[in-house]
Design a protein around this ligand. Structure first.
Ligand SMILES: Nc1ncnc2c1ncn2[C@@H]1O[C@H](COP(=O)(O)OP(=O)(O)O)[C@@H](O)[C@H]1O
Ligand SMILES: [Mg+2]
Length: 208
C-alpha cells in the first residue's frame, strides 16, 4: 500500500472491531506494509489519560465531545500525521466517525457540531478506508454482556442510545460513501474477516 494509508475501525461496542485487529495486522505484515496500530480515545500519553476520564466520569455531552477532540488533536499531531508522513500505514480502532456517532448521534449533539470540531482538529485528513462493523444493538449488547465483566460509561448505555449511534454511523456512510466498507457484523467472524481482507486488497489495488 503505497503511499501509506489511514485505516479506521468503527462500530458500536460489541460489533467486533477488536476481534478483527489481529487478522488485519497479520495481513499488513504479510504484505510487507509498515504500519502503526493505535486507538481512540487514546493513542498518546495525554490521550490515554483523557480516555480514562471520559470512560469513567459523568460529564455533560459537550464536555465529552470536547475531551474526545482534545485527545484526537494530540493523536493526529503526535502520532497519525507523523506516521503517514513517514510512509507508514495507520490502523486506528476508532476515529472521528465515532464522535459523529456517539456524541453527535448517541448524545444528540448533532452532526454539524462534530463537523466543526473535525474541521478544527484535522482539516484535510480523513481515513482512506473505514471498516464499519454494522450490527443490531440487541445482538451487540448480548455480546458485550457475555464478554466483559466491567462495562464503561458507553457500554452501560441503553438500546435507544446505540440505535442513535448506529443511525449516525450510517448517516456518515451516506455522506462519504467512497471511504466506507460496511460490514454485516452479524455474520460469522470468518465471514466478516474475509470481507475485510477483500476491502484491504481493493484499497491496495486503488493505491498502487
Ligand atoms: N462475527 C461475530 N460473531 C459472533 N461473535 C463475535 C463476532 N465478532 C465478535 N464477536 C464477539 O463479540 C464480543 C465483542 O467483540 P469485540 O471485538 O470486543 O467488539 P468491539 O471491539 O467492536 O467492541 C467478543 O466476545 C467477540 O468474541
Ligand atoms: Mg474493542
Amino acid at each position: 500500500m503505497t503511499p501509506a494509508a489511514f485505516i479506521t475501525l468503527e462500530g458500536i461496542d460489541g460489533a467486533g472491531k477488536t476481534s478483527h485487529l489481529e487478522r488485519i495486522r497479520g495481513w499488513l505484515t504479510t504484505q510487507g506494509i509498515a504500519f502503526v496500530q493505535t486507538r481512540e480515545p487514546g493513542g498518546t500519553p495525554l490521550g490515554e489519560t483523557l480516555r480514562q476520564l471520559v470512560l469513567s466520569q459523568p460529564m455533560a455531552p459537550q464536555t465529552e465531545a470536547l475531551l474526545m477532540f482534545a485527545a484526537r488533536s494530540e493523536h493526529v499531531t503526535q502520532v497519525i500525521a507523523p506516521a503517514l508522513a513517514a510512509g507508514k500505514t495507520v490502523l486506528s480502532d476508532r476515529f472521528s466517525d465515532a464522535s459523529a456517532a456517539y456524541q453527535g448521534g448517541g448524545r444528540e449533539l448533532g452532526l454539524t457540531r462534530i463537523a466543526e470540531l473535525e474541521a478544527w482538529t484535522h482539516a484535510g485528513l480523513q481515513p482512506d478506508l473505514t471498516l464499519l462493523f454494522d450490527l443490531d444493538p440487541v445482538i451487540a449488547a448480548q455480546r458485550v454482556a457475555q464478554g466483559r465483566s466491567v462495562q464503561d460509561r458507553f457500554e452501560q448505555e441503553q438500546l435507544a442510545f446505540f440505535e442513535r449511534v448506529r443511525a449516525a454511523y450510517l448517516a456518515r456512510v451516506a455522506a462519504q460513501p467512497e471511504r466506507f466498507c460496511v460490514l454485516d457484523a452479524a455474520r460469522s467472524i470468518e465471514h466478516v474477516g474475509a470481507q475485510i481482507i477483500l476491502a484491504l486488497q481493493a484499497l491496495q489495488a486503488r493505491r498502487s
